[in-house]
Design a protein around this ligand. Structure first.
Ligand SMILES: [Zn+2]
Length: 465
């Protein structure tokens, strides 16, 4: 069940008008001010620049923004430890790189031989296809900062180029082709940068993911088989162990919604979460619950827990409710994912659980977190939401024909903010509706619902390896 809070989007859109270096300059000035409000504005600005610099892989801006977040954050007594860690690791990795570059220079100067063995750089070992996914294997772990991805699009000439600059060297010729692409080029663009270019006549829905020593590039080119002139590699990965964090909403002093015959949301969602856990474990999926008892847990600690467990997905389970006069009308299930949407349908968007915590936060804090979302994650959460909604409906409708589909919806939901993985919130029915409330209390309904949720999760994992 949700309560509303208002989101101030105006501030956000104004910010996008200025460029990052202007914003940084302004924020630097504001940080020096004695006014807390101004420092907060600076803190917010730094965070905006930070999220955009991450999106655009701009390392210098990212460092400046982190520096600003730390200084202004400290003045405001905000915990900035994770930013400090990130900044120091960025500094270390760039130092390392400089050192290596220097070493290389010296080798060049002193070596009489023209052939220089590059041993300090990350090396690209091979590129291989797995269906429509191109996988690049490196000899060591890649960092986010090692990969710079950008697009060059000229719609008039129907030329779409998708470019990856990767801090690495390649020591053999890799040739790649695909029937649905004009070309794929992979070259040593600079002495320490491998450039990979996909050229297409049509717009591509390209996504990528870094995982350890591998860069996965999802090209979504349909079913036609890719061609490769390299040796044929067949992917033989062991089924990856998946981790899911299930979050039964509310708990303890927070009852959530109270419905028909005084049934409580917090109890129903805990029972459903436990049934889901059983179903997922049967399927070999690792599951953690944010609570297994009737205990109060702060919202931010719920996603924090999921981050700590390195969950692949986060699912918060809730039940809906409306005032008595509409109790018979309002029914059905819906799935929410987090987005910055302002669509009219998402007026509830601004909706959140436990508004007590939200009231404590000031305006800048709220905006910030909403700006923090990255596009990839929104898309993934949207897909997850679709699979969840489908899963629940198809399982339940086998036994309860009248279950209503309220669809997949979006909005900036507080409980999902902060999750580093795709995250959705399920509203499994209305506790205010006598029929739905009675059903939700039965083991039978809980089981089929849990089955549907588990099937949705499974489907999502299959489609998004
Ligand atoms: Zn709730």
């Amino acid at each position: 069940m949700f309560r509303l809070f208002i989101v101030f989007f105006l501030h956000v859109s104004l910010l996008f008008a200025a460029n990052n270096s202007e914003i940084l300059k302004r924020a630097d000035k504001l940080t020096k001010s004695p006014s807390k409000t101004k420092i907060f504005r600076a803190y917010n600005d730094y965070k905006n620049v930070y999220s955009r610099s991450v999106m655009h892989s701009n390392l210098d801006e990212r460092k400046s923004a982190l520096h600003g977040i730390i200084i202004s954050g400290k003045k405001l007594h905000i915990d900035v430890e994770k930013y400090q860690k990130e900044l120091s690791s960025l500094k270390k990795s760039s130092k390392k790189r400089k050192k290596t570059a220097l070493k290389m220079k010296n080798i060049k100067k002193t070596s009489s031989s023209k052939k220089i063995k590059v041993i300090h750089y990350t090396s690209l070992k091979q590129a291989r296809w797995d269906d429509g996914t191109l996988i690049l294997d490196f000899d060591r772990k890649l960092l986010k900062t090692d990969v710079n991805y950008f697009k060059l699009i000229d719609k008039k000439r129907s030329s779409f180029r998708y470019i990856f600059d990767i801090h690495a060297v390649k020591n053999k010729n890799i040739k790649l082709r695909h029937t649905k692409l004009k070309s794929i080029r992979i070259s040593q663009y600079k002495h320490n940068i491998v450039r990979l270019v996909f050229e297409s006549k049509r717009k591509l829905n390209l996504r990528f993911k870094l995982e350890g020593k591998h860069l996965y590039i999802f090209l979504h080119l349909g079913s036609s088989a890719p061609l490769e002139s390299q040796a044929k590699y067949k992917l033989k990965t062991k089924a990856k162990k998946r981790v899911v964090v299930i979050d039964p909403g509310h708990g303890g002093k927070d009852n959530g919604a109270t419905g028909y015959k005084n049934c409580r949301e917090k109890n129903i969602v805990l029972q459903v979460a436990q049934a889901v856990t059983k179903q997922l474990r049967k399927r070999g999926i690792t599951v953690y619950l944010t609570r297994t008892q009737d205990k109060f847990i702060k919202l931010r600690n719920r996603t924090k827990y999921a981050n700590k467990k390195k969950a692949d997905i986060f699912i918060s389970i809730h039940a809906n409710s409306v005032p008595k006069k509409n109790a018979l009308k309002a029914k059905g299930l819906e799935t929410y994912f987090l987005s910055r949407s302002r669509s009219s349908r998402a007026t509830r968007v601004a909706a959140v659980e436990n508004s007590k915590e939200i009231e404590d936060m000031n305006y800048f804090g709220k905006n910030n977190l909403l700006n923090f979302m990255n596009r990839e994650k929104i898309i993934a959460s949207n897909k997850l939401a679709i699979d969840m909604q489908k899963g629940m409906l198809s399982s339940l409708r086998k036994h309860y024909k009248d279950v209503k589909d309220n669809g997949v919806r979006e909005g900036p939901f507080w409980v999902l903010v902060g999750a580093q993985m795709p995250a959705v919130l399920l509203e499994i029915g209305f506790v205010s509706n006598p029929i739905e409330a009675s059903r939700m209390l039965t083991k039978k309904y809980q089981k089929y619902l849990a089955k549907g949720i588990a099937e949705g999760i499974e489907r999502y994992f299959i489609k998004n390896p």
